[in-house]
Ligand binder design. Structure first.
Ligand code: NAD
Length: 245
């Protein structure tokens, strides 16, 4: 029997990258998965390939979050994956970049967690998993000002929820990946001008001599979503190939 058999999971930003790998891994482990994304096209491919149920959801849309969570009152696992990278220092980060970073990376997790918690409490427990990054309170990374500030906020949000609900069978944990080869990273490498040079730069800072892949992060997410991690809450899980070691 799969490690998530009988569980229902809602995943944000499941159309590509880590969210997609997690949706596939959760389904393989027996969960009923509601894969959501702002972009419906990759979701329809995912649903077609795997039979996973999909829903369009923009994590910055409070009403849409309430609607999806209202139609799925039996969620056991919420995996908040959606995030956005603003490249640059504080000087390069204008008010719109700052607001957008907070909205997509942090407010979204406040909204989704607040929407699912009452139902999780009513059914006797649940798991909230939040995607942070090593670029956060874990480590200072150059040119990730707004990203790191909001991902550090994700860690605070995670620890606060874990502390408030530890006695009510809600576990809340954060995942902090290093550099993972996903479509958005590919785009960011291309945007730097010289793709090969940019990729070389990212790989060079990796002690393992390679980037992470989405399945490696999804495997950790399965563990944290499952009862195998039943004694773990409020914890930061760094998975970065030794980058910040
Ligand atoms: P990604 O950034 O490419 O995003 C994947 C999906 O997010 C896309 O399908 C996109 O349509 C969707 N998305 C974008 N805006 C959205 C919104 N407002 N609402 C809902 N969906 C939206 O994927 P990724 O690189 O796998 O990153 C996933 C998460 O992991 C992010 O939170 C990111 O910050 C974090 N992370 C990534 C890395 C990395 O190196 N890739 C490292 C550390 C942390």
């Amino acid at each position: 029997m799969g490690r998530l058999a009988g569980k229902k999971a809602l995943i944000t930003a499941a159309g590509a990258g880590i969210g997609r790998a997690a949706a596939e891994a959760f389904a393989r482990e027996g969960a009923t998965v509601i894969a959501t994304d702002i972009d419906v096209q990759p979701l329809s491919d995912l649903a077609w390939e795997t039979g996973i149920a999909s829903e369009q959801l923009d994590v910055t849309d409070r009403d849409a979050i309430a609607d999806v969570c209202g139609r799925h009152p039996d969620i056991d696992i919420l995996f908040n994956v959606a995030g956005w990278v603003h490249n640059g220092t504080i000087e390069a980060c204008g008010p719109d970049d700052w607001d957008r970073s907070i909205r997509i990376n942090l407010t979204s997790m406040y909204e989704t967690s607040r929407a699912v918690l009452p139902n999780m409490l009513a059914k006797g427990g649940g798991v909230i998993l939040n995607m942070s990054s090593v670029a956060s309170s874990v480590s200072g990374v150059a040119n990730r000002f707004a990203y790191s500030a909001t991902k550090a906020g994700v860690i605070g949000l995670t620890k606060a929820i874990a502390a408030d609900y530890v006695g009510r069978n809600i576990r809340c944990n954060a995942i902090c990946p290093g550099t993972v080869d996903t479509p958005s990273l590919q785009e960011r490498m291309k945007a730097l001008g010289n793709y090969e040079e940019a990729r070389g730069m990212f790989v060079e800072r990796q002690p393992m001599g390679r980037l992470g892949n989405a399945d490696e992060i999804a495997n950790l997410a399965v563990y944290l979503a499952s009862d195998e991690s039943s004694f773990t809450t409020g914890a930061i899980h760094v998975i970065d190939g030794g980058w910040t070691n």
